[in-house]
Every structure is written in C-alpha cells, then in structure tokens.
Write a protein that binds this ligand. Structure first.
Ligand code: SF4
Ligand code: SF4
Ligand code: SF4
Length: 183
C-alpha cells in the first residue's frame, strides 16, 4: 500500500563560480543552530562546510546530508576543466572517513535541516551569502512512499547511531546537551 502526499521541497542552488571562500555561510549556520540562538559562532558546528583548496582553486560549499556508519569503498574522482577534485569533495554524507559535520563535543552528526519547515524562511547560509553563490527556492512535490516506511526514518537514524556509538554514549551526549541547553 502506498501513501501519497504533497511536500514542500526546499532547494539551495550552489554556484561555486561566485564563491570567494569567505566562510560566512558556515558561521551563520553555526550561530543559527547554537543554543541559545546566536550565542556561539563555531564553524565546526556548521551544517555547511566550504571545501577549500586554494592551489587547486577549489571552493565548493557542501551541505551535510545523511549519516552513514561506514565510509564507502568505491569513490568518484571528478576532473572538471582540467582540475582534479579530491574524492570526497562533493559528498554530503556524514561519514566516519571525515571529521566535518560532527558535533565537536559529542561526535554526533550535524545534519542540515534547511533551517526549519517554513518555506518562506530563507536559510541562514543563503541570507548571509553576499556573492549569490548560494540562492534559494522551493516547490511543491507529490511524494509517494510505502505506508510501512512512514516514521521509519527516525528509527533508522537512531538505530545506526546506537550501533555505532553505543546506547550509553548516545544517552550521555543527549544528557550533556540538555544540561548545556543545546536543545
Ligand atoms: S558565504 Fe557565499 S561566498 Fe562566502 S563561502 Fe559561503 S558560499 Fe562562498
Ligand atoms: S565522505 Fe562520502 S565519498 Fe567520502 S568516504 Fe564518506 S561516504 Fe564515501
Ligand atoms: S540550510 Fe540552514 S541548516 Fe542547512 S546549511 Fe544552510 S544554514 Fe545550515
């Protein structure tokens, strides 16, 4: 049995040609998600990270996507206009093979949430980008999914985290974050 519903799809358009690597998007994201809001500006807590390689002229904004408990074995290496990019450059996965997109205290994944549900809310990284390297739009889409899949996403995410870090560590991390008023 399939369930069909209308969903808002939010999109961030990334134009690396316009980017100057200022990293304001990282700061804005980290500040917006700090608890209390705007109380800290630590880019290592950002859900968007600039992949910067000045020698290779590599300035690519990557937003974090799904969590994976294992790194992938087969990888893609892109060569664009004669420039070779490192193999994880364009990947948004929160994966054990990289240090970015993990909360520095707890190591828990930092997934981009598009700055909330409201489609009229322009994501903070887009708002701060003065170069039009990030722009925003949204559209309505019909989404089909098996009924049994509904509600499974959260369970799958928590299950993967528990398997990787152990239940005690997850409970610890959540407890510390609640204490520090991070939720
Ligand atoms: S704010 Fe815009 S110009 Fe600055 S690093 Fe981010 S994407 Fe690039
Ligand atoms: S960052 Fe992405 S491409 Fe690189 S190992 Fe992890 S999943 Fe694979
Ligand atoms: S959309 Fe929001 S949560 Fe996602 S990277 Fe941009 S500022 Fe961060």
């Amino acid at each position: 049995m399939h369930h069909s519903e209308k969903k808002i799809i939010k999109e961030i358009h990334i134009n690396p040609d316009n980017c100057n690597g200022c990293r304001a998007c990282e700061i804005a994201c980290a500040a917006f998600h700090a608890k209390p809001k705007y109380s800290s500006f630590n880019p290592s807590r950002a859900r968007i990270r600039m992949v910067i390689n000045e020698i290779n002229d590599e300035w690519v904004a990557i937003r974090s996507g799904s969590f994976s408990k294992t790194e992938c074995k087969g990888r893609s290496r892109y060569i664009i206009n004669g420039k070779e990019y490192s193999e994880c450059s364009f990947c948004s996965t929160i994966c054990p093979d990289r240090t970015i997109f993990k909360e520095p205290d707890s190591d828990l994944p930092l997934k981009c949430d598009m700055c909330g549900e409201d489609p009229e809310q322009i994501p903070m990284c887009v708002q701060i980008c003065s170069r039009q390297a990030l722009t925003y739009s949204y559209r309505e889409d019909q989404v089909h999914m098996p009924e049994e899949k509904i509600g499974q996403d959260l369970e799958t995410g928590l299950g993967a985290l528990t398997e990787k870090y152990g239940l005690e560590k997850i409970k610890d991390a959540v407890g510390r974050m609640v204490k520090k008023n991070r939720f």
